[in-house]
Design a protein around this ligand. Structure first.
Ligand SMILES: Cc1cc2nc3c(=O)[nH]c(=O)nc-3n(C[C@H](O)[C@H](O)[C@H](O)COP(=O)(O)OP(=O)(O)OC[C@H]3O[C@@H](n4cnc5c(N)ncnc54)[C@H](O)[C@@H]3O)c2cc1C
Length: 412
């Protein structure tokens, strides 16, 4: 195997995973991260069987299962309590489940794993520009660090990437007009354990509660949930300014059962805001630069796939580069494996997000009228479950499971 000099831009989920796998495959890998101290944002994540398979390959799945909370499915109801969504992974296959995990816990596992690999991490290094030829990529930094030339640059700088525009690849990356506020709170009685809970009122109100296990800074402590509160992106700052009492009153009005965990919400510092982009890029590489994760195909978090897809990109790229001595062929192989599933998740996410986060109220009514029935009919239930589990190849096909009950994905 030819060993390459590889630069990875971004110490996020995708960047850490790809750097670890490539460094352990014998490449000379350096990760550049803009922050002096790489850190996760504080929300919980739902990992799917696909993402768990990559954590298994990295040797950190068991630790993730211990840190997080097993998720058997989704229970979505109107704010009046009528069930709209009822999905159980076990209806697809008894061995499947999701994992709710605190973002900080996942970050710490991936970060410690990166540090145990031969990869080098350079922090406080924001990449300002990348120039590429057929044989190398040259990174320039916003600080005074000298430019660095490598055989391959992998850009994993997230949905709000500033580098994506530099390569003449036509793409779209609009900010979705809705976002959310989130906070992680204790759930001492484990009243919310087991499933992802959602409450909706037409398409304009959505509250979610995802069990995420224990905080990374308190591994023996109380199990937690992450509470998500959907709102138009332009209202996020105003909601923060309105203060804790208003936020609690708003959430509590729609979902009184959250009163107990919300009692622990005392300070706006605990609350984070997020906006998302729907990113569509027809190709993910040019010469010696390739994109992965949210930078290449960010979506709203409605389908709970973003971190999983970043992990899948990382594993696929590492396997593809191991199968050939030619970088261009390796990148093409990885892209061929990932484009179909990613296109499906991008389209499905575009289609479904307005049912949950938009001013198109009739979509919410349609959801409440029809989704319950769709969950009970075998073909549509399987479609919904395979979408949730991350195993769809396209609108028509799914990946099978292997003998161990894991998604049988090419190159993962
Ligand atoms: C509210 C919310 C809920 C979510 N829920 C889920 C969920 O349940 N399940 C799921 O799978 N996904 C979920 N996601 C999506 C998931 O968080 C992302 O898909 C995932 O983090 C993408 O990983 P990434 O490696 O592509 O980018 P990121 O994790 O965003 O990492 C990008 C990194 O690049 C660094 N960086 C940026 N620019 C530069 C630069 N120029 N130079 C150097 N470094 C740079 C950043 O500092 C950061 O460390 C959610 C997202 C949000 C906002």
């Amino acid at each position: 195997m030819t060993a390459y000099r590889i630069a990875v831009v971004g110490c996020g989920v995708g960047g850490m995973a790809v750097a670890t796998l490539l460094a352990e495959a014998g490449h000379d890998v350096t990760v550049y991260e803009r922050f002096a101290e790489p850190r996760p944002l504080g929300a919980g994540l739902l990992l799917q069987p696909t993402g768990l398979k990559v954590l298994h390959r990295l040797g950190i799945e068991t630790a993730a299962l211990e840190a997080g909370a097993r998720i058997a499915g989704i229970d979505g109801r109107t704010t009046r309590g009528r069930q709209v969504l009822h999905l159980a992974y076990s209806d697809l296959d008894a061995r499947l489940h999701g994992l709710g995990i605190h973002r900080g816990a996942l970050f710490r596992l991936l970060f410690d794993r990166l540090k145990r690999s031969p990869a080098t991490l350079v922090t406080a290094s924001e990449v300002a520009a990348i120039a590429t030829t057929a044989t190398q990529a040259t990174l320039r930094f916003t600080n005074r660090t000298a430019p660095v030339s490598v055989d391959l640059a992998l850009v994993a700088d997230g949905a709000h990437s500033a580098l994506r525009t530099q390569f003449g690849i036509p793409h779209r990356a609009p900010v979705y007009p809705w976002g959310c506020l989130w906070v992680t709170l204790p759930d001492p009685q484990a009243r919310f354990a087991g499933v992802l809970h959602q409450r909706f009122a037409d398409s304009r109100v959505m509250v979610g509660a995802l069990p995420v296990g224990r905080r990374p800074d308190d591994p023996a402590g109380t199990p937690c949930i992450t509470v998500f509160w959907s709102l138009p992106a332009r209202h996020i700052d105003a909601a923060r300014t309105a203060g804790i009492a208003a936020l609690k009153a708003n959430i509590g009005r729609h979902w009184p059962d959250l009163a107990e965990p919300l009692a622990d919400l005392r300070d706006m510092e605990q609350v984070a805001g997020a906006t998302y982009r729907h990113v569509a890029m027809p190709r993910w590489s040019r010469d010696r630069v390739a994109f992965l994760g949210d930078c290449a195909h960010g979506t709203s978090p409605q389908l709970g796939q973003g971190a999983n897809m970043a992990l899948l990109d990382a594993a696929t790229l590492a396997s593809a580069l191991a199968q050939t001595n030619d970088i261009a062929s390796g990148l093409a192989m990885a892209e061929a494996a990932r484009q179909g599933p990613t296109r499906f998740y991008r389209q499905a996410s575009h289609l479904l997000t307005p049912f949950y986060q938009s001013h198109l109220m009739p979509l919410g009514w349609l959801r409440d009228l029809s989704f319950g029935t769709l969950c009970t009919l075998a073909p549509t239930r399987n479609m919904m479950l395979s979408t949730l589990a991350g195993v769809r190849r396209s609108w028509w096909h799914t990946f099978d499971l292997d003998a161990d009950g894991r998604p049988d994905l090419p190159l993962v």
